[in-house]
Design a protein around this ligand. Sequence first.
Ligand code: ADP
Ligand code: MG
Length: 373
Amino acid sequence: MAQRLTVSDGVSKKTSRVRVAVRLRPYMSRQDEKDEGPCVRGLDSQNLEIINWRNATETVKYHFDVFHGEQTTQQEVFLSSVKPILPHILNGQNASVFAYGPTGAGKTHTMLGTAEEPGVIPRAVREVFNLVNAKDEDEGWDYSIGMSYLEIYNEKVLDLLSPNSQDLPIRENKDKNILIPGLTHTVISSFSDFDKHFIPATLNRTTASTKLNQRSSRSHAILLIKVVRTQRALPHRQQTGKLYLVDLAGSEDNRRTGNQGIRLKESGAINLSLFTLSKVVDALNSGTAARIPYRDSKLTRLLQDSLGGSAHSVMITNIAPEYRYYFDTFSALNFAAKSKLIVNKPFTRETVAVPVLPVKRSREEHEATGSGA
Ligand code: ADP
Ligand code: MG
């Protein structure tokens, strides 16, 4: 049955789709607030429910590929959502992991983490080095790993490894690979080599954020890990695999928080990118759209070869349990529930010929359903 095609684990032969995980962070009460308890809670490893604002005696239930509850460790998130896709980038395929959700819900904790509880980024980079080092010499390929680190802020693409860079252009080559000419690409030989470049760039960004009205919550931070492998023997075939690790801007609706001036302009630009992301996701889900609007924002243009069609993608939607996040949580869940219908067709960059399969799906199984209580 056609439905089967979409219920793959991302390694099926014909199709691959964006896996959607939702992570609920622990409840953090504030002194200035009466303790109302959580408005959202997990049901099991795939389902959660949120109070229905139209009728507080009801909840709305959502089903996802994975639900990570408050107790979930950084290691568990990595093992279930990220580690399985990493081998593909050693074979010339692309992958992306992105953290979505309102500011304060745990995106940076998930992606970056802390020294004590490292997140997806340090764990993934370590794993890529482990995978490359474990490769058998006899297979006849030489591997090279490189990194770029950039930020999209106000629809400008800025190189975080070259602090004075100007807005960089995004281009597509004849093989439909997305490139950013002029972006710093640094070859890294070990995890500590990675850290040496990544930590100062991250610290710069964090420091700037406190001065510039939480810039880090208003920009998309994108780490690119590129694995190039070259065959030792003639004809020296070469394959490039890309891994994007993305800490998205906050998904909250800034119109409700009364932003003014520069903040409002920022909000507009952020909304354009995230709004376009949701349109792209919808177009991919429907499977029939003549045109997927990747070009309508910098974020989706950049993610074009990593989201829908050619890549192994995981979206981790971060949500917070407190009532003050209620509407942002609702909209984040609705965004995530749509995305899980994306169908990806994995292919190896070297051989571009991919059979296009018509995939028909029914939505109803995936739609959120209100439940009477
Ligand atoms: P965002 O990047 O989405 O704005 P953060 O990652 O900065 O959110 O998280 C907000 C706060 O919540 C931080 O203090 C962070 O340490 C804490 N936090 C987020 N997720 C978790 C978690 N799973 N466990 C413990 N603390 C968390
Ligand atoms: Mg953050």
